[in-house]
Design a protein around this ligand. Sequence first.
Ligand SMILES: Cc1cc2nc3c(=O)[nH]c(=O)nc-3n(C[C@H](O)[C@H](O)[C@H](O)COP(=O)(O)OP(=O)(O)OC[C@H]3O[C@@H](n4cnc5c(N)ncnc54)[C@H](O)[C@@H]3O)c2cc1C
Length: 427
Amino acid sequence: MPRSVIVVGGSLAGLMHALQLKRQGNNVTILEQDPSSERSSNEAGIAFRAYCEEFLTKYDDTGVTVCVPISRTRIGWRTRPQLLSFALSMRLTSWGHLYRVLRANFDGYASKAVPVPPPSRPGDGRGQYLVGKRAVGLSYNEQSGIVTVRYVDFSTGKEEQMTADLVIGADGIHSTVRNLIGVHTVKEYAGYVAWRGTVPEKLLSQETLEYFTSCVNANTMKRSYAITYVIPTDDGNFEPGERLINFVWYYNIAEGSPEMDRVLTDINGVHHRNTVPRGLVQPEEWARVRETMLPHMAAPFAELVSKNDSPFVTKIHDARITSPPTCHNGRVILVGDALTTLRPHSGSASEQAAFHCLRLPRVWDLETDLKDWVTQVDFYTHRLYLLSRAIGELGQGSAFSFFKSLFSYVACLLSALWYGKPKPSSR
Ligand SMILES: Cc1cc2nc3c(=O)[nH]c(=O)nc-3n(C[C@H](O)[C@H](O)[C@H](O)COP(=O)(O)OP(=O)(O)OC[C@H]3O[C@@H](n4cnc5c(N)ncnc54)[C@H](O)[C@@H]3O)c2cc1C
């Protein structure tokens, strides 16, 4: 069992691992490069599924409501608001709300969502969340088993260092930790971007509001589709009429095209490699996309999208590692998007982070070893990776690319049936 832990990256995967390790009695420090704890650049909706639920049931002491349950899904086809509708239960929340709940538990961070954070449990270790610290280097002393992380402190501009028994690399798609330990990654642009945003319920007409609050909705268009669902505010407001309608709208753009260049260049002329945050998207670009697509959308979607003036846009990638996500005798471990970045279609990024996390205590409790964790994680993550690709290609790709990705997914499921899912070995 490690005693001191550094987690690089303080988003959902980092916070989940940090909270779990703290509850197990370790002293945990999160190094987050963002200079502010009030993170609001990209906050929008996320799906909240079984492993996230299991995680919070085990470790959350805030007692606050976390998600909105929805029991139906509706599919619209081009300008027709409803082609079919069927029962499908989902639970949704906002990134910002879940972040605040995790912070309240981890380091007692008070926010409007959790004004009075719960006290630590008896036996908890210490938890500290340091902002404005970017990890830049990592070394391992084999004799002592100690890992040293070097980081730049943005408040002083100086490089500092910190040591730990264990380092968790939860630093997302462009993971520095992954590069530092030399884990090779295959990263590929999926062929489209996601325009994302939220609209307060109170800005919508009554008819449109009813349409969006009763179901998770999808509006399929030619080589484009949008998904919407209702979420709480980042401050944890679940009051009907006060919540937000979240949309994710997938839109094809060729790699290297002038259009891609324009979309990823912000209002200050800065070019972003992955996401242009909320507030920095060029208004002319957003206006141009809406002008092109709105006439082809169902009326409720068109109303929703036209009422958002501050979206953010993300280039969608597939990224997965091709060697094990651990190094230095298991003292450095990659998790979450740093391990595999899934396309967002299956709503599984936070679910994957919770899965990675919930399987790790078996390693510390010596019920299994890290090799088994890697096998379990690899199988689970690979399946989600193929599923999210297949859904993405159905909406955005050609018939050929869809059937090809569907075939890979089905082959993965069949091979699991045939050979059996990997089971942890006991020690
Ligand atoms: C501010 C923010 C808002 C988001 N909002 C949404 C949303 O609304 N909907 C959604 O579906 N997904 C959202 N995501 C993505 C979502 O969190 C992930 O897809 C998923 O939960 C897995 O998270 P992760 O922690 O593995 O990676 P990420 O969420 O990408 O987090 C990686 C973290 O590591 C930090 N980091 C990177 N490099 C370094 C370094 N060298 N040193 C220190 N820190 C570093 C980053 O600043 C970031 O906080 C958001 C992510 C962020 C960071």
